[in-house]
Design a protein around this ligand. Structure first.
Ligand code: DOR
Ligand code: ZN
Length: 340
């Protein structure tokens, strides 16, 4: 199967010694990627994004990182203009403070940032949302649904012109909210949320490498996400949320959230689409819908996918840091054919 080169509209590339190995995986299958800003410290200004982008380009010439800024309580409206004017920043990411990995600098009270969102609406810079409440009285499996009711539903009404990406959706409710919203509200879906349900975290014992946030949900949610992704609806597109963590920080009494899938994300999406007999919709999900939503040209280059089994290594070594990938030690039924 030959398809236009995909883009990844949500990825964590990290920094430092890990960066080169991680970007090389993403760049092998994706022409461009929306790069998450949750470094420590976060990428909160246009200048920080420019330097991070340079570090990425230094190890991956030819790949196009689409940079984002991290919305903090201190973000000012004029930063939106600087970001938009840079030409290389394509969105601003909202992390509710404490919701996930490196979200400590995130937002405490979204309403206080409405002037920033108004400027984003005016400048046509998308808002990318990690949609989970952090209220510890809310069950961890309900945090996305509650965020949707408490916060997200208001946003398109308050800012009707703002483009909003509901990132890595995990529930039936989120998928149907996006379907019913105006066309400037879209969502990314990860390969792991299409292929796994929450049982996979407990198969024969605790499986830390299947722990991510938002946490995997029920089978009925997985089926609803698969329906949405394969529906042909332009509001849904690929965002892998590939999130590498060094092995010892996952295999730990307080293991980090994040699933690493950049080594084979396209192949994993192919498996998911094949499961429901919708391979004919794979290209638009991977290569068209996201580019159109972000107002980017579609890629002209192509990649070739073959129904050929590959075995995933137990780990990858990125500059001395071991990362256990999705399906480690197991097989994936698709491969990318590379000209060598
Ligand atoms: O599982 C996750 N890992 N979810 C996120 O939102 C962040 C990410 C990370 O940076 O590790
Ligand atoms: Zn993420």
């Amino acid at each position: 199967m030959t398809i236009a080169m995909p883009d990844d509209f949500h990825v964590h590339l990290r920094d430092g010694v890990m960066l080169e190995g991680i970007v090389s995986h993403t760049a092998a299958s994706f022409a461009r990627a929306i790069v998450m800003p949750n470094l420590k410290p976060p990428i909160a200004t246009t200048e920080e994004a420019r330097l991070y982008r340079d570090r990425i380009l230094a190890v991956a010439p030819g790949f196009t990182p689409l940079m984002t800024l991290y919305l903090t309580d201190r973000t000012v409206p004029d930063e939106v203009n600087r970001a938009k004017d840079s030409g290389f920043i394509h969105g601003i990411k909202l992390y509710p403070s404490g919701a996930t990995t490196n979200s400590e600098s995130g937002v405490h009270d979204l309403e206080k940032l409405y002037p920033v969102l108004a400027r984003m609406e005016q400048m046509d810079l998308p808002l990318l949302v990690h949609g989970e409440v952090t209220d510890t009285s809310v069950d961890v499996f309900d945090r996305e649904k509650v965020f949707l009711d408490r916060h997200l539903k208001q946003l398109p009404r308050t800012f009707p012109g703002l483009r909003i990406v509901f990132e890595h959706i995990t529930t039936r409710e989120a998928a149907s909210f996006v379907m019913q919203s105006p066309k400037n509200v879209a969502a990314t879906i990860t390969p792991h949320h299409l292929l796994l349900n929450r049982n996979s975290m407990f198969r024969g014992g605790i499986r830390p490498h299947n722990y991510c946030l938002p946490v995997l949900k029920r089978e009925e949610d997985r089926v609803a996400l698969l329906d949405a992704a394969t529906s042909g609806n332009q509001k849904f597109f690929a965002g892998t949320d590939s999130a590498p963590h060094e092995r010892s920080t996952k295999e730990n009494s307080c293991g980090c959230a994040g699933i690493y899938n950049a080594h084979a994300a396209v192949e994993l999406y192919a498996e998911a689409f094949e499961e429901v007999g919708k391979l004919d919709r794979l290209e638009s999900f991977l290569s068209h819908h996201g580019a159109d939503f972000y107002k980017l040209p579609r890629n002209k280059s192509t990649i070739r996918l073959a129904k050929k089994t590959q075995t995933v290594p137990d780990y990858y070594d990125f500059g001395g840091q071991k990362v256990v990938p999705m399906r480690a030690g197991e097989t994936i039924s698709w491969s990318i054919e590379r000209d060598s």
